[in-house]
Design a protein around this ligand. Sequence first.
Ligand code: SF4
Length: 770
Amino acid sequence: MKLTKSLFMTGLKCDKLLWININKKEILPEQSLESKHNTEQGTKVGILATKTFPDGINLNGLGYRDNLIKTKEAIEQRKPIFEAGIEIEDCFARVDILNPANEDEWDIIEVKSGTKVEPHHIPDVAFQKQIVTKAGLKIRDCYLMHINNKYIKEGDINYNDLFAIENINEKVNQFLPQVEGEIARQLDVTKLGSMPKTVICEDCNKPYTCDFKKDCWSILPEENVTQIYYNKKLGFELLEQGITQIKDIPDGTPLKYRPAQQAIQIKCAKENIIHLDKEKVNEFLDTLEYPICYFDFETYAPAVPIYDGMNAYQRIPFQYSLHIEKDDDSVEHKSFLAKDSNDPRLDLLKQLVDDLGTDGSIVVYHKSFEIGVLNELAKAYPEFEEQVQSIIERIIDLEEPFAKFHYYNPRQNGSASIKYVLPALTDISYEGMGIGNGIEAYVNFARVTYNEATQKEKEQVWEDLEKYCAQDTWAEVEIIRKLAKLSNSPIELINNILPEKFQNPSVEQIEKFNSLIFFDFEKPTDEEIEERNAYATQFIKDSKRDLEDVKLQYDNKRFHSSSYYLQQAVEKITKAYGVIFFNLSKKYVENKMSHKTPKAFIKAVREPYMQELVALFKTAEPNLKTDVTELERTINEKETELAQTNREVIEKFLQLIDTLTIKLEEQNIPGLVKGLLHQLKEGIGEYDESFDWEKLTRVFDEKFKVELLMSFISLYLLSGITYGHVSNTRYSGQDIQPEDYKEGLGIVDCTPQIIPHVQKAIDALECFMK
Ligand code: SF4
């Protein structure tokens, strides 16, 4: 094994990555499409650079041995050598261009496809200088040859103008004294018997994102401190202090760069909430004017300009998608896609001006990109200058409410990019699409447009591109709709959130809702209500007392007792909910349900009157399982297995409760119910003039809280987690013995986390019954 310059650069970045490249290459993930494309682009640029040395000897493509032999021969000829291979002891370097200078000296020329000298180029060239010098060649100067982004193509490419060359000898000499020691250190690392341990840090992203990042960074929890908005530095400082989660950031930690947004992000993580500034979101929405044009460009920026009048890395807009929404809610789709290798810009611009018309807002995501491309088009075709400028004036950036955190959902992971906003707000996914991101779009476009490709391949790529770009602008439509839904009045909430069948309720449905709203399914008499309330109140009292015992026993490490009382506390409060909300009779509670508390929910979910509420939950969480047949079977047959549920699974359940809480808050359930009441009032007209709607609305203002709804779901899950402990905790001779209740058993480990959920359920019901 020889240390090459690319391994040397890898070793400068990270010992672990170097070690893997030498000793365990097979675990390296496949190179990303972007990185493959960049490598290809770099190779292409390297080949073009050789054209500036017409009498050079090209050793590119030769294997290691042949390369060394041919390099020696070429050195004798004193001609420029491309890919000259030089080795000393444990090191080997290929020099992009070794150029003869003076009588017996040489210059090292490193070719890069970028447009300037970057700091990481210096050690790269210093390594080459060290090897070449040690091999006995005299080096006069070191250069970096890069793309000249001022060069504008007119006719055939002028390679001497396409490249710029900078003398970096001084900087290289400054780094040179470190090279020998660093090589020795790295060689030691490669010989280690096991993978060295490294600490993740900002360097993992520099100068490019490490291929191994997904693996190394997976140790971080969700919502971790490296995701703090615009303040990675703070994130890594906190990591060094052992703080990994945003919710654990100490109050008073100084915030900077975007402190207001960071404060919202931290608050959301600590309180497990979604932030929505309705006023600001509405201000943003109010700026939109019909027809609203949702717009997106796809571009390709080649290192070497393809068309006349363009400079290196200038963007070629080859596609756009446009969804036009009119004030009658109709949406029309238009698009442009270049399908040959001719310059697409003029055709695109003409159609664009036509498609966008002169009225309404143009919504884009991250406007500096679209505005930049439009300005480049206006510069190339000055006759369109005025129209382009008026298009730019109509642009509204959909990123703004997210960049300013008028809306923030912890699922965005501290990012306002559409990649993170979209899954937080909508169900739109790019998974499984032939082309699923901007990089795949331009790489595939370039592949079938500027290279050999069959008609079939081209058609597949065109179809995939159309689908992908259309999805991008449809995503903008959906985001706006979701924002409107979240920030508008309850009536709009109803129309947008409720399943269609509830939007214009029949009299029959109204009656059902009526009873549902009153939790009064069987129309009990006052006496029956009183009796029911007294029965439930007794359960609440018992549950509170049991919960106190849980804490006492747990503190004394009497875990079989704390687990028993935990089951009892859950059982009793669940029964109270069942009596109040599911109208469970005393007979059912005592005879059928007993300690199998999940049965309360099974019965309830099966009741026809519950279907509306179940549907309501489903709008909040489509994955919520409401088919309870399987659950019933599990409850009857797997009591012991359930009792052995491990900590990981229980924590997942508890996490699900938190996630659902966020979702329900996001759906604004209390607002939804109030809106529904209003709609019922409007819809039924003379159905019940005597109804005291104001009072009813007030009831919901005060009592219909997310906590209450969440307690249903929370108890549904907790009853499953705890009911299996009623016998095992008290009787020997069972599959789990009372003495088996110790640390390591899921229920024991998670008791401190479960207690607050039970307490919340008790508090919510008490508040409701007051
Ligand atoms: S992600 Fe960071 S720590 Fe992991 S191998 Fe890459 S550079 Fe090293």
